[in-house]
Design a protein. Structure first.
Length: 311
């Protein structure tokens, strides 16, 4: 992948974010503490409150997925440029001795690896993959609503604090059901998000998007997404997607053997990038926590307005 220079970062804003609790690493990773950590947690409380519009069941999953399972949806061929693999040294005494006899670390900070064990795990690229994998082979007699949060990993051409990270936090809400049930869920989700954005005074524009396929024009899934848009992003400032609504049709249902009645289940999801929300809120409302909107309260109002239960 060709290297791309990262956009310039405002040093004054960067210093203020550091005061609020952002610790930024050039590898594209962020640590949070203090006000920013509290804001991140409130964001997630708001999203889980919205998930309760459908009484979504919470799940928790590990940091990686079996590559064999992920490849059921051809992930490694579609996104090899973004995949982060979980690797370790081969567990043979001679190999470990060779590693210890070497420099262990090169002067440039890279690990002086010897032989690696077989790579079988991929670090989580999107939180929802775990939901499909964990329910492999199940049949549903009613629409199923699930929600989960995970740390996700993606290789990118450049990294920008809170905007583009190599590891970041994603909250997702997923519906598994018939085509009509999924369409209904996504329409309700869009209405709920529009109401939420208005309450927290975040001006966002919904834009049609595609997934970041490798060699997209050679991938039939990219062509299909251009012909029939299935991904719409809530975009802040013209170019920062902080939430998305995605319709998968029966892609995951077929490949993970999920059925709704007698047919392959359809699915759709709503995804939130929590660190990007921190950027948008501090950009829109400033860096004084006293000026930040009460996100959880706003989400509760939206849930109450939609009936406060499964719709």
């Amino acid at each position: 992948m060709t290297a791309v220079e990262a956009p310039a970062v405002d040093p004054v804003r960067a210093a203020r974010l550091a005061e609020l609790g952002l610790s930024w690493q050039p590898s594209g990773q962020a640590a949070l503490r203090g006000p920013l950590l509290r804001l991140a947690e409130e964001c997630d409380r708001a999203f889980t409150t919205l998930a309760q519009i459908w009484q979504a069941d919470e799940e928790r999953h590990p940091a990686s997925l079996p590559a064999q399972r992920l490849q059921r949806v051809d992930y490694l061929r579609s996104f090899p440029h973004q995949a982060t693999l979980a690797a370790r040294l081969a567990d043979q005494e001679a190999n470990l001795d060779a590693f210890l006899d070497g420099p262990v670390l090169h002067e440039d900070g890279t690990v002086a690896v010897t032989e690696l064990a077989a790579v079988t795990q991929v670090l989580t690229p999107a939180a929802c993959y775990h939901l499909f994998n964990d329910h492999l082979g199940e049949t549903f007699d009613a629409p199923r609503y699930l929600t989960t949060r995970n740390t996700c990993f993606r290789n990118e051409r450049y990294y920008v604090p809170l905007r583009r990270l190599s590891s970041f936090t994603m909250r997702e809400v997923v519906c598994l059901g018939t085509s009509a049930e999924v369409v209904d869920f996504l329409e309700q989700a869009r209405a709920a998000l529009d109401a939420f954005f208005e309450l927290v005074d975040l001006p966002l524009e919904w834009l049609t998007a595609t997934d970041p396929f490798f060699r997209p024009r050679a991938n039939p899934r990219y062509i299909m997404q251009r012909v029939e848009p299935v991904k719409h992003e809530a975009t802040y400032g013209g170019d920062l997607a902080i939430a998305s609504i995605n319709r998968h049709h029966d892609h995951f249902g077929v490949n993970f053997e999920l059925t709704r009645g007698e047919e392959p289940a359809h699915s759709g999801c709503v995804a939130f990038g929590i660190e990007r929300w921190l950027f948008a809120i501090t950009d829109r409302h400033g860096t004084d926590p006293a000026d930040w909107p009460r996100l959880a309260d706003a989400a509760a109002k939206v849930r109450s307005g939609l009936g406060g239960g499964r719709v």
